[in-house]
Write a protein that binds this ligand. Structure first.
Ligand code: HEM
Length: 324
């Protein structure tokens, strides 16, 4: 060892300070370092564990596509939550930081929306309709990360179902509004209007966590953080545009790409009722029916009126014609 090397001595001094400050012994740590194995890619990325997590329930090869694309989506949702959590825990946020985080989230959702073809065009319909029966009553509807993203993004009022929203204000009691959260309109049986078991299980598992997050996000969601920026930053066209894109990605583009999958696989199909457990998804999923909007203050009355329109009709017609 080159003891003349000042850089090396400096780092050793720093290390010595780090360990003695916490009552520990640097020499034994260095001894440990000497014996430690080198890091490699496969351990660092936990490749073996990651690649062991695809566990189909049938022998249909396309079930792996279905599982993996859901997992990829959940990882992007996790990245999104990671950015949102940083945004809400940092103090004195400036425009640059705000833009960089919302920009990242937008890129995650762009990637998700543009990659949805993996589902729409990537599985044989007959395979899907058969292996889907084995997965009942599970549904992407039960994705908790998807709901947490929404809860952290907007005033809770904006997540109240469209028909009940007018009965509340942004200061209303969260628990009361939670009774009318928009997703209760979904996963209901078409014929009886009763909650599907998918929903019963979902509520049992997550309602307490969702309520807790909703309470924590009051005064601290992405809209509140935007409102805490200076007047000048709030009016910055770049920031407004990024916020609007976020709203469009999460509440129109992704839901439409997803809806396209549902239409492709489930519409005009004799097994449709069985494959979804007979739920009301056609009335529930299209964004133009739900009108979920995170930042209504940033949109004109006309834009709100036209929310999610156009695209859905063309997709449904296109597919219905093909199957007629
Ligand atoms: C062939 C592909 C897919 C089909 C046919 C499909 C079908 C459906 C249906 C019918 C619903 C309505 C709820 C229900 O009735 O069960 C739903 C909801 C949902 N699915 Fe999918 N899905 C697909 C892919 C995905 C993927 C890849 C994800 C990613 C995690 C996902 C996440 C969700 C979410 C978050 C909801 C709730 C949406 C809301 O409440 O507005 N789905 N899906």
């Amino acid at each position: 060892m080159d003891l003349e090397n000042q850089e090396l001595l400096d780092i050793l001094k720093k290390l010595d300070k780090k360990y003695t400050d916490t009552g520990q012994d640097l020499t034994s740590y260095l001894e440990g370092l000497y014996h430690a194995k080198y890091l490699n890619y496969w351990d660092y990325i936990a490749q073996e564990t990651l690649l062991s997590l695809q566990r189909p329930r049938t022998n249909f090869p396309d079930e792996k596509v279905f599982i993996m694309y859901h997992q990829i989506t959940e990882l992007y949702f996790k990245l999104t939550l990671h950015e949102l959590k940083q945004l809400r825990s940092k103090e004195n946020i400036d425009a640059k930081y705000f833009l960089s985080k919302v920009g990242r989230v937008n890129r995650y959702f762009e990637a998700l929306t543009s990659s949805f073809g993996v589902m729409v065009d990537g599985m044989e319909r007959e395979q899907f309709l058969t292996f889907r029966l084995t997965l009942q009553p599970a549904s992407g509807f039960q994705s908790s990360q998807y709901r947490l993203i929404e809860i952290m993004s907007t005033n809770f009022l904006n997540l109240v179902s469209k028909d009940h929203r007018a009965n509340y204000s942004s200061n209303s009691d969260i628990q009361e509004m939670f009774e009318f959260i928009y997703w209760k309109e979904g996963a209901n049986h078409t014929l009886t209007g009763k909650k599907a078991f998918t929903m019963v299980q979902f509520e049992e598992k997550y309602n307490t966590d969702f309520l807790q997050m909703a309470k924590e996000s009051q005064g601290n969601n992405i809209w509140d953080i935007y409102k805490s920026l200076s007047e000048e930053d709030q009016n910055n066209p770049e920031i407004i545009e990024e916020m609007k894109w976020y709203d469009v990605h999460v509440n129109v583009n992704w839901p439409l790409a997803h809806y396209r999958s549902a239409v492709k696989y489930l519409i005009a199909e004799p097994h449709a009722i069985a494959a979804t457990g007979g739920t009301n998804w056609r009335k529930y999923l299209p964004p133009r029916f739900q009108k979920r909007i995170f930042y209504p203050e940033l949109w004109s009355a006309q834009e709100i009126e036209d929310w999610g329109k156009g695209w859905v009709d063309s997709v449904v017609q296109e597919h219905t014609v093909k199957n007629d």
